[in-house]
Structure formats: C-alpha cells, structure tokens
Design a protein around this ligand. Structure first.
Ligand code: KMH
Ligand code: ZN
Length: 271
C-alpha cells in the first residue's frame, strides 16, 4: 500500500443544500472564509468552492467569488478550486464568470446526466466552452467524472485538444442518476486511469466515509465536506467541514498516509 502524501479536498458549501436541511451551512463570504480556515487548519489542502448570494441561493457571480476568495486568503493559504458546475440549470456564461479571477483550479464536468429529478447539462459544446475558458486563464482543471462513460470520453476530448493534457480527476459517486458509490465501481474507474494520473474520490452521503477510506488505501486522494455529506454518523449531523476533515486525517494517519501540506499538494498536482 502506498504511503504517498494524501491530498484532502474539502467541498465546504455546494449548491444544493440550504439551512432548512443543514443549519450551520456557511453562506456569506465571511462564513465561507471561516469554514475554509477551519477545514485547512484540520488538514485540507484544496477548497472546492461554491458561493451564495445575499438570499443564500447558489450563485456564480464573479464579485461574490472575489469576496469569498479574499475572505479565505486573508485567513489561510490553500488551493482554491472554483466550481464551474454551479447549480443544475445555471446558464453557461454564468458558470464561467468566476474563472476570470484565475483560481489555481476549477472543475470541468465531463458529461450530461440526470441529477436527481433534473438534467445537469454538460454537452460537448458546454465542455468545450468551459475548457476553453479554463485554458485561457491558465487554470488547472479537475475533471468531474460522474459515470464510467465520462471517463472513457476523456480520451476522445484529449485527442481533439478540447481538454488540456494536464488535469486532475475527481470521481463523484452516488449522485442519483450517476454511477453508484460502491467499492467495485471505484476500483473499476481507478483501474482505467493511466499510470501516474492523480485522482480523488468524492462520494455522497453515507458513502463518503467508506469510499474516501478506500481511496486512501488505493493511493488516491479524497474529497470530504458538507457539499457531499452533512452527516458525521447515522442520525448525527456533522458540526462543520473541519470535523469531517479531522476524521479523515485520523484515518489517513492510521493507514500510513501522511496528509499533504498545501505546498506538497501543489507539487503533487503540478501547480
Ligand atoms: N452542483 C452540481 C450540479 C462542480 O462543482 O463542478 C455540480 C457540481 C459540480 O457541484
Ligand atoms: Zn461542487
């Protein structure tokens, strides 16, 4: 089993949650800054970022991303990874808006899918447009893989130079409409990667803990955080993003994976 450093990403807000479901959800730029600081202090190197408007609704506003990023940077150093997925139905131009701020990383979802009762639209046209903006701004993409076919299509996009050669992969498992969050599925996906390709797993709800633990044993990296899972254990909501990160740091320690500092994570990702 590998003992290479483990990069922990934390998805601190998301676009689907609200305070009716999860009362401590960070919403304002200041609250997002504080949540990021707690996650980074606990061991996260990457902050996967969504933001909210004044009413708490998901937003891709450049100005709100700017404010939230300032709040985070004032408190801690970390790799900022902006979402270009936004919420289901966010128009393409809005999804790309915050990229002008040139974060170190941004997400690039690799295909259209059912996302619960709705359609998360990522046609080839959309992928090409978002990837173009990501490259124009010199940002490293994290390819969001929600299903096996999306991983297979990466080769096709690469061959046609639609995506750049240097990217990180995130397997997002357990979205209703996407690939299930099972141990076998994670093995199947990871086995298809080229030697040396860096990857992370994000799994939804109760699958977050077992699949991230599995990824630690497989030599992958992990994403935790409230965006994907609001529970610490059955029937008990997590207190914060930091609490979820701290648990993964403990588990990684038991499994001999030292947690990557932000500087080490930059080296591993080639940032
Ligand atoms: N909110 C989802 C529809 C991303 O951040 O790039 C898309 C999402 C993926 O969360
Ligand atoms: Zn997201």
């Amino acid at each position: 089993m590998t003992t290479d450093p483990l990069i922990i990403s934390c998805a601190i807000v998301g676009a689907e949650l609200n305070r009716d479901v999860y009362p401590p959800l960070p919403l304002t730029p200041k609250e997002i800054g504080e949540a990021a600081e707690e996650a980074v202090d606990a061991g996260a190197a990457v902050i996967h970022l969504h933001v909210r408007d004044k009413k708490g609704n998901p937003s891709q506003s450049l100005e709100i991303f700017r404010k939230a990023s300032e709040q985070i940077r004032d408190r801690c150093d970390c790799i900022l990874q902006y979402s270009t997925g936004g919420a289901v139905g966010t128009p393409l131009a809005e999804r790309c808006e915050p990229l002008a701020l040139k974060p170190e990383m941004a997400t690039l979802s690799m295909g259209t899918m059912n996302f619960g009762p709705e359609i998360y639209e990522n046609s080839e046209k959309t992928i090409t447009a978002i990837s173009g903006k990501i490259q124009e701004h010199g940002i490293m993409p994290e390819l969001e893989i929600f299903d096996y076919g999306m991983l297979e299509s990466v080769d096709n996009y690469l061959a046609r130079n639609i995506i750049p050669e240097h990217f990180h992969i995130d397997f997002v498992l357990g979205v209703p409409g996407g690939m299930g969050a099972s141990a076998r599925n994670l093995v199947l996906l990871a086995d298809r990667l080229k030697e040396g390709q860096s990857w992370t797993v994000a799994a939804l709800g109760r699958h977050q803990l077992p699949l991230t633990t599995q990824a630690i044993t497989m030599g992958g990296h992990i994403r935790t955080g409230i965006e994907d899972n609001i529970y610490y254990r059955k029937g008990e909501q997590a207190r914060s993003n930091g609490q979820l990160v701290a648990r993964m740091v403990r588990i990684a320690g038991e499994l001999n994976r030292p947690v990557a500092s932000v500087a080490r994570a930059r080296e591993i990702l080639g940032l």
